[in-house]
Design a protein. Structure first.
Length: 86
């Protein structure tokens, strides 16, 4: 789904005056925190076309991974008992 939606998203960004790099990174990272380019085929494609640099990926990926971990630390203690995991 991501591979087919990124080109349309880039066209949308260009048509509406948005910078495509941050929008594409947010769109791709929505599937989960990724720190390195090789963790997703979509990221490899975006990187190969020069939409972002490896340091951008690392910086945004670390922030989102930390945010995801904190969210899980808060949600899991309440959610797991509801589904029978102790």
């Amino acid at each position: 789904m991501l591979a087919t939606s990124v080109p349309a998203l880039m066209n949308f960004a260009g048509a509406n005056g948005l910078h495509p790099s941050p929008l594409g990174l947010i769109w791709s990272f929505a599937a989960g925190g990724k720190i390195f380019v090789y963790q997703s085929g979509v990221m490899v494609t975006g990187y190969s076309y020069g939409y972002f640099e490896a340091r951008d990926m690392l910086r945004v990926g670390i922030c989102l991974t930390i945010l995801e971990a904190l969210l899980l630390l808060v949600v899991v203690p309440f959610y797991w008992p509801l589904i029978g995991i102790r």
